[in-house]
Write a protein that binds this ligand. Structure first.
Ligand SMILES: CC(C)(COP(=O)(O)OP(=O)(O)OC[C@H]1O[C@@H](n2cnc3c(N)ncnc32)[C@H](O)[C@@H]1OP(=O)(O)O)[C@@H](O)C(=O)NCCC(=O)NCCS
Length: 144
């Protein structure tokens, strides 16, 4: 199989919205309304931090990577590649791209979370220099 031609570009609305919503619905099992793709896109755009990237092939968004930086830690979220295009280096390219954007912001450490038991994604990140750290991940939903 030949590798697809793709480019990594900043997310542009509305050009990429439909593809990204379809991709996230396909690869992430959403069970909470605050993660609904359209809402997640709107909230990320509202922050306007320039850390939302898509991989585009034939005018179609086939992959995504979101970064976050708060001045202390960088985060990576929503790294996803259309299953039809996986194992062709696109996930690696997206991760490297967002890492480089975080380095440009002087970020010195990236954290990310993986759902427990997702060994495939764990080995993907391990192959790219990420180590499992002994931490307990906690969260709290803020309700208005
Ligand atoms: C994780 C993900 C983004 C990787 O994208 P990708 O384009 O397939 O990744 P790459 O082709 O760059 O893979 C690089 C290497 O990572 C490892 N890897 C990737 N997917 C793997 C899998 N399913 N199982 C085991 N190793 C895997 C392999 O070593 C691979 O190299 P190889 O294909 O030469 O063996 C993709 O599998 C995905 O979208 N998963 C669903 C969404 C998800 O769970 N995202 C993570 C949120 S934290």
């Amino acid at each position: 199989m030949t590798s697809p031609d793709f480019q990594i570009v900043p997310y542009s609305d509305p050009d990429h919205r439909q593809d990204v919503v379809a991709l996230w619905n396909a690869v992430f099992g959403y069970d909470t309304p605050h993660n609904e793709p359209g809402l997640a896109i709107d909230r990320k755009l509202a922050v306007d931090d320039g850390l939302f990237f898509v991989a585009v092939s034939d005018d179609r968004a086939i992959g995504t990577a979101l970064g976050g930086y708060d001045g202390h830690r960088g985060w990576i979220y929503s790294l996803a590649v259309d299953p039809a295009f996986q194992r062709q280096g696109i996930g690696t390219a997206l991760l490297r791209h967002v890492e480089s954007a975080l380095v440009d912001l002087d970020c010195v450490k990236i954290n990310l979370q993986i759902a427990q038991g997702n060994e495939a994604v764990e080995s993907f990140y391990a192959g790219l220099g990420y180590a499992t750290e002994e931490r307990v991940s906690m969260g709290k939903r803020l309700v208005r």
